[in-house]
Design a protein around this ligand. Structure first.
Ligand code: EPU
Length: 308
């Protein structure tokens, strides 16, 4: 695909040849031929209109904590949301409404809630990424997920039309949401509803969530769990029993602590990570006959490769 030429109102927000590796938690991947980074809803509308008219497809990148970017030059245009990070708080009785841009940092909102003694986000202890990414993938743990605190979401559809969706009208599932569908649009902002509680209660809920993370490789360059849990089982357990812990491909390693995490252990390439993930998937298929589904999203790869 040729480099796209940006309309006047967007020129300052568009970069060419932009390195994506620093925008992902795996710290791998090549350069985007075209990247646009809107800072507000107005420039998001312009960006969505532009990309949906000029390109076959584009990739929405938030905190990069669930994304594998391919090595080399990335043809697919990237829309980076992290500039849309404004957060406002409104109260109504004991309800706290957190109005946040799609690019707002989940960890910062979590920390604010813990400091203030607001309940509802405790499950998100240790979760990286942006609010937009958390909503699209319905981020969560067995202790809860983000769908339960969504009051409303504003999306920009492909023609640039802005729509307000009520949290209850959105389809939510395990690590998926109606916001994931191709025609769902790009999230501009969301309102989360938390409740005033006591700081010690919130802190003890957070401790329970942190305890569940002790088996994870905190501090390593990973993208969280690579695969979704299949119904009634744990991908980590299946990968572990299949002998995946500690496996290496190039600079990529399966965490010796938790088999569903792949680490960029030693200057890994994206290809190393993908090849290691495929090897692990095959091992589970051979031993249990189960096809694990990817939780991570891939950009810049041939579709067939990641869907295998
Ligand atoms: N297990 C093993 N070996 C392993 C890993 C896990 O035997 O290498 C076993 C554990 O002992 C446990 C079971 O598998 O009996 C479940 O493991 P764990 O409690 O670690 O939870 P998980 O299902 O692997 C899920 C989420 C995590 C979240 C934790 C919090 C998914 C795919 N993963 O992990 O979310 O932090 O629960 O408890 O739903 C993420 O989605 O990126 C993520 C990190």
């Amino acid at each position: 695909m040729l480099r796209l030429s940006a309309p006047d109102g967007l020129r300052k927000l568009v970069k060419t040849g932009f390195s994506l590796s620093d925008l992902t938690t795996w710290r791998v991947g090549g350069r985007a031929k075209t990247l646009v980074a809107p800072l507000c809803e107005e420039s998001l509308v312009l960006s969505v209109k532009w990309l949906s008219s000029e390109a076959d497809d584009f990739y929405v990148l938030g905190g990069g904590s669930n994304t594998l970017v391919a090595d080399g030059e990335i043809d697919t245009p990237v829309l980076l949301t992290t500039g849309m990070s404004k957060v406002e708080i409104c109260r109504s009785g004991s309800d706290i409404f957190v109005k946040c841009g799609a690019g707002a940092c989940l960890r910062e909102i979590f920390m604010l809630a813990v400091r203030e003694g607001w309940s509802g986000l405790e499950f998100a202890a240790g979760m990286p990424g942006t609010i937009g990414g958390a909503l699209v993938g319905n981020a969560g743990t067995p202790l809860g997920d983000i769908s339960s605190i969504v009051e409303s979401v504003r999306v920009v559809r492909s023609g640039g039309v802005v729509e307000n969706l009520k949290g209850n009208d959105i389809e939510w599932g395990y690590r998926k949401s109606g916001l994931m569908d191709g025609d769902a649009g790009v999230i501009s902002m969301a309102v989360l509803k938390l409740r005033e509680s006591a700081k010690d209660i919130v802190a003890s809920n957070v401790m329970a969530a942190v305890k569940n993370r002790r088996s994870q490789p905190i501090g390593a360059k990973t993208a969280g769990c690579v695969f979704k849990n299949p119904p009634g089982d744990s991908a980590g357990r299946l990968l572990d029993v299949s002998g995946c812990k500690g496996l290496l491909v190039g600079g990529a390693r399966v965490s010796p602590l938790h088999a569903n995490f792949i680490e960029n252990h030693a200057m890994s390439s994206a290809e190393d990570i993908l090849n290691l993930a495929m090897t692990c998937r095959q091992k589970v298929r051979d031993m249990f006959g189960i096809n694990l589904q990817f939780e991570i999203k891939a950009v810049g790869f041939h579709d067939a490769l990641i869907k295998r």
